[in-house]
Design a protein around this ligand. Structure first.
Ligand code: SF4
Ligand code: SF4
Length: 304
């Protein structure tokens, strides 16, 4: 490895945006020139952020902190948590892809299913590219989702959960909050995919411009909306939240449909991510305005 150079947030963001604009893997793979993704939203969280321990306590002991996953895969580095930064990115679904899936009532559009498979293959290549780019400059890094021991674990509280959650990493990095359907609502909406890398670099963390972890969802903000409940063909969303088992069973069924209808090995759904107020932006006005100004939202008015 070379001597460390000064890695900045801009340097990392450029690596990500350049890979998106230049990699031939960024493709719907449908015989057209259509890319899978346009540009990413990028955020940063410190390895010392208390939120990692809170996730561990809330999700389960199996859920890794950045320090745990980094040390499992780079044990010779002997780092402390304050030397680590989590780099997280959002890949917002393109307008064309959202539009086609909005028309669907039971199974995904062809474009959406292609993103689920080929868009995610690109996302995995992007994780590797970020790791390799950092390593070339002398900074060890790990993509938790690309590690061989990343796993899904049965959980009493959540049916199942995983040893690293990309959505939770994005929330920690200031990129969004959770909605009634469990999706992460970002400044570019809930229709998106997400990725992350844990790196041995010290960077200023991104601010979390939200009052709590559900602040961008209308249902949690003021009890309205619930549109994702109506969009779900599997009745997996209720006012109590998201039933992962029902959702997963529907995704399994979608494989047969995708093969028969679009003639490739794929799957998906995402109907709750489109045709809803949080599809492509923050639907809660005060939270959106605060985000646009780069400020924390004002506290809610006191109850009468
Ligand atoms: S559709 Fe409405 S209730 Fe569902 S996550 Fe979006 S804002 Fe929340
Ligand atoms: S909750 Fe699952 S099954 Fe229901 S619309 Fe969303 S992705 Fe589809």
């Amino acid at each position: 490895m070379k001597e460390n150079i000064n890695i900045t947030q801009d340097w990392i963001e450029n690596i990500i945006q350049n890979f998106i604009s230049q990699s031939p893997l960024n493709s719907l793979q449908n015989g057209t020139d259509e890319p899978a993704w346009d540009q990413a939203q990028v955020g940063f969280a410190s390895g010392t952020d208390q939120i990692w321990q809170q996730y561990k306590e809330y999700i389960g002991a199996f859920h890794w902190t950045p320090w745990e996953v980094f040390n499992q895969h780079c044990p010779d580095e002997n780092v402390s948590a304050d030397q680590l930064t989590v780099i997280s990115w959002i890949l917002p679904q393109r307008k064309l892809v959202r539009k086609t899936n909005r028309k669907e009532k039971t199974y995904p559009s062809e474009e959406w299913a292609r993103i689920r498979v080929f868009g995610e293959e690109f996302n995995m290549a992007l994780r590797r590219n970020v790791v390799e780019s950092l390593e070339q400059e002398g900074h060890s890094a790990v993509a938790p989702m690309a590690t061989p021991n990343w796993t899904i674990v049965k959980s009493k509280r959540f049916s199942y959960a995983s040893s690293w959650s990309e959505r939770h990493a994005a929330h920690a990095a200031g990129l969004g909050t959770f909605g009634l359907c469990d999706g992460l609502i970002t400044a570019k909406g809930k229709a998106m995919r997400v990725g992350s890398v844990v790196a041995k670099v010290s960077l200023e963390p991104s601010p979390r411009l939200y009052a709590d972890h559900q602040a961008y969802c209308l249902f949690y903000a003021d009890g309205t909306c619930g549109k994702c409940i109506d969009r779900c063909p599997a009745r997996a969303i209720t006012t109590q939240g998201h039933d992962k088992e029902k959702c997963r069973a529907h995704l399994v069924k979608s494989r047969k449909y995708v093969k028969k209808t679009y003639d490739f090995e794929g799957y998906g759904c995402g109907l709750c991510q489109v045709g809803v107020p949080c599809e492509s932006g923050i639907p809660v006005k005060a939270a959106r305005e605060a985000y646009e100004k780069g400020e924390l939202p004002p506290p809610p008015p006191p109850l009468a």
